[in-house]
Ligand binder design. Structure first.
Ligand code: WT7
Length: 660
C-alpha cells in the first residue's frame, strides 16, 4: 500500500480532518499500517489484546487461536478462544455497569415513529429489564435454555434489544425477523431453526400506517401448523400500540386474536419477574444468534454467529471505525432486523458503553427533515445510514436540512451498497458541512462486521471507495480461474489467508443434514463467489457489484466420497466448498468454507456461503431500488414479486404523495 495522494490520481482524495486526530483510537495512517500488519502477521497476539478488554469466566483451554486453512493438512477449521467461557450479555451490560461505572449513562435514546413518543434507557435500567426478561423466558412452561431458538418479530423498540440480550444472557439463540416481513417469511424462519418461542408486539405504526404485527404472527404460526411442524410453545406479546386490557387488545384501530395457553402479555409477565439473573456461562464458540439472509430462490439461509469472535469483532470495529469517544451520541438508522442493526445498534455500541439513538420511524414521516430533526434533538455526533436513504433525501434538496442545526456531527458512515460519488459528495458537503469524513463500509451478514472500511483519522477518503481492509482482513482479488492478481487489478474479492473473528460464521442447517459439497470450478468450469472488485494503484478497493450463484451446494449421498476425492486432489487452481458440521448445545450447524488452491498458495475464505443457490438478494436491497423509484414518483415499480412485504410500497407511496 502506498500513501494515497502521494502521486497523481484521477480521483479526488479527502485527507482525514486534523481536529479528530487528538484522541483518535487510530490517529494516523502509520498507526493504521502498524496495527494492520500486526493483525495479519500475528492474529493471535492482536486479538488476544482486544480480548483483554472483556470478561472471560475462564480462559481458552488451548491456544487462543487455532486454524488450518491448508486442505493438504487435513480438515479446515478456525477456533477462536476454544474452551473459554463467557457471556455476551455480561460483557455488554454488567461489565459496563459494574466495572466501568456506566450505570447512569444512557444506552439508548428511543425515538418513536411519532415525534412525541420517546424514552431513554440507561445501562443500569437496561440490565434490570434484560434480567427480568431473561427470568420471564426461563419461567415459561418449557423455559428457554441454552441453545434454544427464540424468534423475535418486533419493531424498533427497546424491548427488541432487551429480548436479544435476554437470550444472550441465557445462552439461547435469537433469530430476529425483520418486522416488515410477511407471515410466510416469518413462518419459514421459525420452521428452519425450529424456534420454541416467539416474541412479537401487538402492532406498530410505520409512518401513518398501522401494521397489525400480532395478526401477522398468528398467521405465521397457522402456516407452521399447516406444515405440520409446530414448535412454538409460547408467544410473548409486547403491548406497543394498543390500550391495556386483558386477553385481547382494544384500541380504536386494532383487534387482536388471543390464543389461551400460548399468548402471554410481555408487561404482565415482566411485572412479577425478578431483577437478578445469573448469566449462563457459555463457550466461546457457542452460537449467539441466527440471522436469515433472504434468497432470491429457495429457502432463506440462516447465518449463525458465535459468541466470542462476534464480540471481539463488532466491539473493535465499532470502536475504531466510528472512533468511539465517551461523549458521543451515535445513531445507526438501520433496522435491527438486518445484520447492520445487530452489529452496530445492539452489540458493537453496547460493548463500548456507547449512547445510541434507536429510531422506530422512517426518514420521511411526519416530514422529510425527520433525520435532521433527530440529529439536532439528540446532538448526534456519529451518523451511520444507507446510500439509499441519502439518495432519497437528496431529492428534497437542502431546504429541509437548513431548518436544523447539524453542528454536532463529526463522522458519517454508509453501508449496504456502493455509494455513488454524487451521493457521497452530497453527504459530505451538505450533511457533514465538509467537516465530517464519510466512511463507506463494505461487509456482509456473513462477516458480522466491517471488512473494507476507512478509519476516520487514519485513512484518506476517495468518494465511492470502501478504501482499505479492516484489521485482520486480508483481501485478495482473483481472476475467473481462481488466480490471485497483484497490484492494480479487477476481479473477484475474497478474504484470505488469516482468520479474523467476524469470520466465525456458520449456516444453520438443521433440516439439511445432508447438505453436500460440490467442486465449483471443476463442475462448472468457471466462476468464483464474491463481489466484483477493483483495486487501484493506491491499494484502495472499489466494489463493482455482486457476482452471484457461482457455486453449487446440493446433492446428498455423494457427499463424503466427493469430499474425500477433493481433499486428495490437489490440482492447481481448484476450489472446494467445504462443509463442516459442528454440534453445540443440541444444535447442529455447518460451517462452509471456500478453499481456493492456487499456484501461490491456499486461501480460505468465508465467501463460499455467498455462493449458495439461496444467495441473498435481500428484501432490503430490492426495497432500495423501489425506494428510489418511489422517491422519483415513478408509477411502474417493476417486478415486486421478491419483495418480502409488498405493503411497504403502499406505505411509502402514500407518504410520497403526502410529502409532495
Ligand atoms: C452485500 C451484503 C453488511 C450490511 C448490510 C448488507 C453489498 C454492503 C457495501 C458497500 C458496496 C456493499 C455487497 C455485499 N454491500 N455494503 N459499502 N459497498 N456494496 O448485508 O444483506 O449481507 O449484503 O451488500 O454486495 O456483498 P447483506
Amino acid at each position: 500500500m502506498v500513501v494515497p495522494g502521494s502521486h497523481h490520481t484521477e480521483e479526488q482524495v479527502f485527507p482525514p480532518p486534523l481536529e479528530l486526530q487528538n484522541d483518535a483510537h487510530v490517529p494516523d495512517f502509520q498507526s493504521y499500517l502498524q496495527l494492520y500488519k500486526k493483525s495479519v502477521d500475528e492474529p493471535e497476539v492482536f486479538w488476544k489484546e482486544v480480548a483483554q478488554d472483556f470478561f472471560w469466566k475462564s480462559p481458552p483451554k488451548g491456544q487462543f487461536l487455532q486454524y488450518n486453512f491448508d486442505v493438504t493438512r487435513g480438515s479446515i477449521y478456525v477456533k477462536f478462544m476454544e474452551g473459554a467461557k463467557t457471556n455476551m450479555c455480561y460483557n455488554v451490560l454488567d461489565r459496563n455497569v459494574k466495572e466501568k461505572n456506566l450505570g447512569e449513562k444512557v444506552a439508548y435514546f428511543w425515538e418513536g415513529n411519532s415525534p412525541d413518543r420517546q424514552r431513554s434507557i440507561t445501562y443500569r435500567q437496561l440490565l434490570k429489564e434484560v434480567c427480568r426478561c431473561a427470568n420471564v423466558l426461563k419461567s415459561m412452561e418449557t423455559g428457554v435454555g441454552k441453545g434454544d431458538r427464540v424468534a423475535v418479530y418486533l419493531p424498533m423498540i427497546p424491548e427488541l434489544v432487551c429480548v436479544m440480550l435476554a437470550c444472550a444472557r441465557l445462552g439461547a439463540v435469537h433469530s430476529v425477523v425483520f418486522a416488515g416481513f410477511s407471515s410466510e417469511s416469518l413462518c419459514e424462519r421459525i420452521l428452519d431453526s425450529q424456534c420454541l418461542f416467539l416474541v412479537t408486539a401487538d402492532g406498530v405504526f410505520r409512518g401513518e400506517k398501522l401494521i397489525n404485527l400480532k395478526q401477522i404472527a398468528d398467521e405465521a404460526l397457522e402456516k407452521c401448523k399447516e406444515k405440520g411442524n409446530f414448535t412454538i410453545k409460547t408467544c410473548i406479546v409486547v403491548r406497543h400500540v394498543g390500550d391495556k386490557m386483558k386477553n385481547g387488545i382494544v384500541s380504536n384501530k386494532l383487534q387482536t386474536h388471543w390464543t389461551a395457553g400460548v399468548d402471554v402479555w410481555w408487561d404482565e409477565a415482566m411485572a412479577s419477574a425478578g431483577e437478578e439473573c445469573e448469566p449462563e456461562w457459555v463457550e466461546a464458540e457457542d452460537p449467539l444468534f441466527i440471522l436469515y439472509t433472504s434468497g432470491s430462490t429457495g429457502k432463506p439461509k440462516g447465518v449463525l454467529h458465535s459468541v466470542a469472535g462476534y464480540l471481539l469483532y463488532t466491539a473493535l470495529s465499532f470502536k475504531c471505525v466510528f472512533d468511539h469517544q465517551p461523549g458521543d451520541v451515535y445513531w445507526c438508522t438501520a433496522d435491527i432486523g438486518w445484520i447492520t442493526g445487530h452489529s452496530y445498534i445492539t452489540y458493537g455500541p453496547l460493548a463500548n458503553g456507547a449512547t445510541s439513538v434507536l429510531f422506530e420511524g422512517i426518514p420521511v414521516y411526519p416530514h422529510v427533515g425527520r433525520f435532521w430533526e433527530i440529529i439536532e434533538k439528540y446532538g448526534v455526533s456519529k451518523f451511520y445510514t444507507a446510500p439509499t436513504a441519502i439518495r432519497l433525501l437528496m431529492k428534497y434538496g437542502q431546504e429541509p436540512l437548513k431548518q436544523f442545526n447539524l453542528d454536532s456531527l463529526k463522522i458519517l458512515g454508509t453501508v449496504g451498497e456502493p455509494i455513488n460519488p454524487e451521493a457521497w459528495l452530497w453527504f459530505y458537503n451538505v450533511v457533514g458541512q465538509q467537516r465530517c469524513p464519510v466512511l463507506d463500509t463494505f461487509w456482509q451478514t456473513e462477516t458480522g462486521g466491517h471488512v473494507l472500511t476507512p478509519l476516520p483519522s487514519a485513512i484518506p477518503l476517495k468518494p465511492g471507495s470502501a478504501t482499505l481492509p479492516f484489521f485482520g482482513v486480508q483481501p485478495a482479488i482473483l481472476n475467473e480461474h481462481g488466480e490471485e492478481l497483484e497490484g492494480e487489478a479487477e476481479g473477484y474479492l475474497v478474504r484470505a489467508k488469516t482468520p479474523y473473528p467476524g469470520y466465525q460464521c456458520f449456516i444453520f442447517l438443521i433440516e439439511q443434514r445432508n447438505a453436500a459439497v460440490l467442486p465449483t470450478q471443476s463442475q462448472h468450469g468457471k466462476g468464483l463467489s464474491g463481489p466484483g472488485c477493483r483495486r487501484d494503484k493506491d491499494g484502495y478497493y472499489w466494489i463493482t457489484g455482486r457476482i452471484d450463484d457461482m457455486l453449487n451446494v446440493s446433492g446428498k449421498d455423494s457427499k463424503n466420497k466427493l469430499l474425500d476425492s477433493l481433499m486428495n486432489n490437489q490440482a492447481q487452481g481448484s476450489q472446494l466448498v467445504v462443509a463442516h458440521r459442528t454440534t453445540h448445545c443440541s444444535m447442529d450447524y455447518t460451517r462452509l468454507n471456500l478453499v481456493i488452491n492456487t499456484k501461490k498458495g491456499i486461501y480460505c475464505t468465508g465467501d463460499a456461503i455467498d455462493g449458495l443457490p439461496v444467495f441473498p438478494v435481500t428484501a432490503g436491497k430490492i426495497l432500495r431500488r423501489v425506494l428510489r423509484q418511489i422517491a422519483r414518483g415513478e408509477k411502474d415499480l417493476g417486478d415486486l414479486s421478491t419483495l418480502a412485504d409488498p405493503r411497504v410500497v403502499e406505505v411509502l407511496s402514500s407518504q410520497r404523495s403526502e410529502a409532495a
